[in-house]
Write a protein that binds this ligand. Structure first.
Ligand SMILES: O=P(O)(O)OC[C@H]1O[C@H](OP(=O)(O)OP(=O)(O)O)[C@H](O)[C@@H]1O
Ligand SMILES: O=C(O)c1cc(=O)[nH]c(=O)[nH]1
Length: 238
């Protein structure tokens, strides 16, 4: 795969179930280096106080977006999930769908049609809410994170309304934490709920488990590791 991130398939496959792959570790290091992934105290959309935060808005240069999109493309190729169109929900999904379609084309040499929506409908010119390729066949949704699953549910509705089939979700990070209903933690994560409700696989470049595994290998990160494990004990899915 020219110009892309190495999978290390031959050496790494035997360990696949018990350890993260090289590209996942490289992705975590890259997210830390760029400040996209940070440790500290952060209030989430759910109101939870988290010892870490993942802000893909900070992949905000050509070079970092290019690298990010290559990690995404590697993760998607590794999933072996086939699809016809990549759809990114506005706003962050707009740049993601475009950049990752480019990275997938670069890696595979294939046309990768992509589309996204407008948050506000356009009433002049070509009009409407959809931009890009026609939504047809199997459509994979691409986004940075799922919190409550609202963006994915809205994307599902837009894709089915266009007569296509939502078939998979590709994310940057799976926080692997319990969802919330009426302020009460649920047993499953919002991602697991989306998978069960819509029967779509959800694939992330990296997960909370990967992040914890990474921290265990860093001697100077014991304090962050302790906080992450305490957070997982409280809110993590089992
Ligand atoms: O699972 P959810 O509860 O929907 O949360 C996740 C969504 O929230 C963020 O987008 P947001 O809607 O805040 O808009 P943005 O892309 O314009 O930042 C994020 O990019 C996801 O799309
Ligand atoms: O749950 C959130 O609000 C949230 C967590 C996170 O790590 N990144 C993000 O953009 N939102």
């Amino acid at each position: 795969m020219a110009n892309s991130v190495s999978l290390g398939i031959i050496l790494e496959l035997p360990y696949r179930l018990i350890t993260m792959l090289p590209y996942q570790e490289q992705f975590i290091e890259f997210a830390l280096k760029t400040g996209v992934l940070r440790f500290g105290e952060f209030t989430l959309k759910s109101g939870r106080l988290s010892p870490y935060f993942f802000n893909t808005g900070l992949f905000n240069s050509g070079a970092t977006m290019l690298q990010f999109s290559r990690y995404f493309a590697t993760s998607i190729e590794h999933s072996d999930i086939e699809f016809d169109v990549l759809f990114g929900p506005a706003y962050k999904g707009i740049t993601l769908s475009c950049a990752v379609a480019m990275a997938l084309s670069e890696a595979s040499g294939k046309e990768i049609p992509f589309a996204f929506n407008r948050k506000e409908k356009k009433n002049h010119g070509e009009g409407g809410s959809m931009v890009g390729a026609e939504l047809t066949g199997n459509v994979a949704i691409i986004d940075d994170v799922i919190t409550a699953g609202t963006a994915i549910r809205e994307s599902y509705a837009m894709i089915t309304a266009a007569g296509a089939t939502p078939s998979a979700v590709f994310l940057a990070l799976d926080r692997q934490e319990k969802g919330q209903k009426d302020g009460v933690p649920t047993d499953t994560s919002a991602i697991q709920q989306v998978e069960a409700e819509y029967g779509m696989p959800v694939v992330a470049i990296a997960t909370l488990a990967d992040l914890i595994e990474y921290l265990k290998k860093q001697p100077d990160q014991q304090e962050n590791l302790d906080r992450m494990q305490a957070y997982r004990d409280q809110y993590g899915i089992h």
